[in-house]
Design a protein around this ligand. Structure first.
Ligand SMILES: [Zn+2]
Length: 169
């Protein structure tokens, strides 16, 4: 039986602007941050492609982690911003339980520069924001656990590293 999904070929991954050797799971001791890395690219039977992208904000096991508050507020910022900028492609955002970054999922948009440009725009917008998106009790399961300033400080640090985002190790 034909498999439901296949993994995108190395050449296709390179053409999207990613280093094929960095796709998938890497030794966390080698990872650098802030960085944006393709985790997976799965092609469905009808030709749609689902991309899993890691936005790594803190270097793993380096004694510097996002606070649960910053993680939570940035999750809201990414949810709102990616839905708005990529309404046809954005599927979901999840926090890394290790508090070092975020899992992003996209449908049929896996170009590294397009995704990085959108992320840069979202973080730049956050620097001028006056509140965290969806921060009220009707929209959030822990609405007191937000801090705009903390999220902005992290965004500033991510933006300062923009030139090296695609260097995963
Ligand atoms: Zn929430």
């Amino acid at each position: 039986m034909k498999s439901a999904t296949t993994v995108l070929a190395m050449a296709e991954i390179q053409a999207l602007g990613w280093q094929a050797r960095w796709v998938g799971e890497l030794d966390h001791g080698l990872l650098r941050a802030p960085s944006v890395k393709l985790r997976s690219a799965r092609c469905g039977r009808k030709g749609d492609v689902v991309y899993g992208v890691d936005l790594r904000v803190c270097r793993p096991n380096a004694d510097q982690y996002l606070s649960t508050t910053a993680l939570h507020s940035l999750e809201h910022v990414l949810l709102e911003g990616l839905q708005r900028h990529l309404p046809e492609h954005f599927i979901s955002v999840g926090v890394m339980g290790c508090q070092t970054g975020f899992y992003l999922v996209f449908l049929n948009e896996g170009r590294a520069e397009v995704l990085c440009d959108v992320l840069a725009e979202i973080f730049a917008e956050l620097l001028d924001a006056t509140e965290v998106p969806y921060q009220h009790s009707e929209q959030c399961g822990n609405y007191r656990n937000h801090d705009l300033r903390q999220a902005q400080d992290v965004a500033r640090r991510i933006l300062q590293a923009r030139a090296r985002w695609l260097e995963a190790t």
